[in-house]
Design a protein around this ligand. Structure first.
Ligand code: CAA
Ligand code: NAP
Length: 246
């Protein structure tokens, strides 16, 4: 295994934390972003307590292109070139379209979709130059099937995979793969924010009979980031307990 530098956006959240641990366990140097300062010291201390000493964090709002460029330059200078990028930061602002505001729309598109451009743009050239790169975009089952109350989120998450398919073709010959993972409902704060009565109806629609675990998504990120996954590119891999089969 070659030790590489991996950047995970939103890596202090539910799925992101599991991804950081998996990539660190694989022997990589892991860098994550946080947007709201306050929890980074505690989070890093928890990671160190678990024996992960090569995890670092940088403050960056992924909706801000200039901030992403600046952070990528700083990481390259402080640590080295990034060869694994996991575009994981995301938010929801659920409301039926009738009630959705322009602000709800903009926030979700900027955080879930613009962020993919903002973060990929400043790291791609170094991957091409090195002849190796792995980009994994964390989309959603609701980008594949749509979801009542999520016109903004479903559009952003479907858009992520359009990006994946187009970029995968552009960089395939350069040793860079680009893939999407579309998780179903995973037990994190994002899903716990759905009202309990609505959530229990959703869980009832999952053939496996439970919410997914962040570690299950992280294991797939680990594989897609590895050398063994060089022939997988432009894919959208569903991981949803059978809730949506294509
Ligand atoms: N399908 C069809 N009709 C529905 C519906 C559904 N899923 N949900 C609500 N309705 C209907 C209601 O029965 C009601 O009908 P009437 O007016 O005839 O009584 C009407 O829609 C209510 O509409 P409102 O705009 O008033 O909706 P609301 O304010 O009650 O709440 C909601 C809407 C906020 C979207 C709420 O249903 C909700 O939270 N749904 C969950 C959305 C969801 O799955 N989010 C996922 C978050 S986690 C995540 O996103 C991670 C991931 O990637 C999987
Ligand atoms: P989460 O626990 O809420 O974590 C989201 C992360 O995104 C947080 O670390 C947050 O960091 C970061 N973030 C939000 N806005 C940001 C911004 N502007 N700039 C930088 N970082 C920002 O959610 P999660 O469940 O782990 O979700 C992770 C990803 O998986 C998201 O893209 C989500 O859409 C996707 N997903 C989740 C599920 C699920 O069921 N949970 C299913 C499918 C897909 P701060 O708190 O510091 O802002």
């Amino acid at each position: 295994m070659t030790k590489r530098i991996a950047l995970v956006t939103g890596g202090m959240g539910g799925i992101g934390t599991a991804i950081c641990k998996t990539l660190a366990e694989a022997g990589h140097t892991v860098i994550t972003t946080y947007s709201k300062s306050g929890r980074e010291k505690g989070w890093l201390a928890d990671m160190k307590g678990l024996g992960f000493n090569d995890i670092h964090c940088y403050q960056c709002d992924v909706t801000d292109f200039a901030a992403c460029q600046e952070m990528a330059a700083r990481i390259t200078k402080d640590i080295g070139p990034i060869s694994i990028l996991v575009n994981n930061a995301g938010i929801t602002r659920d409301a039926s379209f009738k009630k959705q505001t322009k602000d709800d729309w903009d926030a979700v598109i900027r955080t879930n979709l613009d962020s993919v451009f903002n973060m990929t743009k400043p790291v791609l050239d170094a991957m091409i130059e090195a002849g190796f790169g792995r980009i994994v975009n964390i989309s959603s089952i609701n980008g594949q099937k749509g979801q009542f109350g999520q016109t903004n989120y479903s559009a952003a998450k479907a858009g992520m995979h359009g990006f994946t398919m187009a970029l995968a073709q552009e960089v395939a010959k350069k040793g860079v793969t680009v893939n999407t993972i579309s998780p179903g409902y995973i037990a994190t704060e994002m899903v716990m924010a759905v009202p309990e009565d609505v959530r229990s109806k959703i869980v009832a629609q999952i053939p496996v009979g439970r919410l997914g675990k962040p570690e299950e998504i992280a294991a797939l990120v680990g594989f897609l980031s590895s050398e063994h996954a060089g022939f997988i590119t432009g894919s959208n891999i569903a991981m949803n307990g059978g809730q949506h089969m294509m």
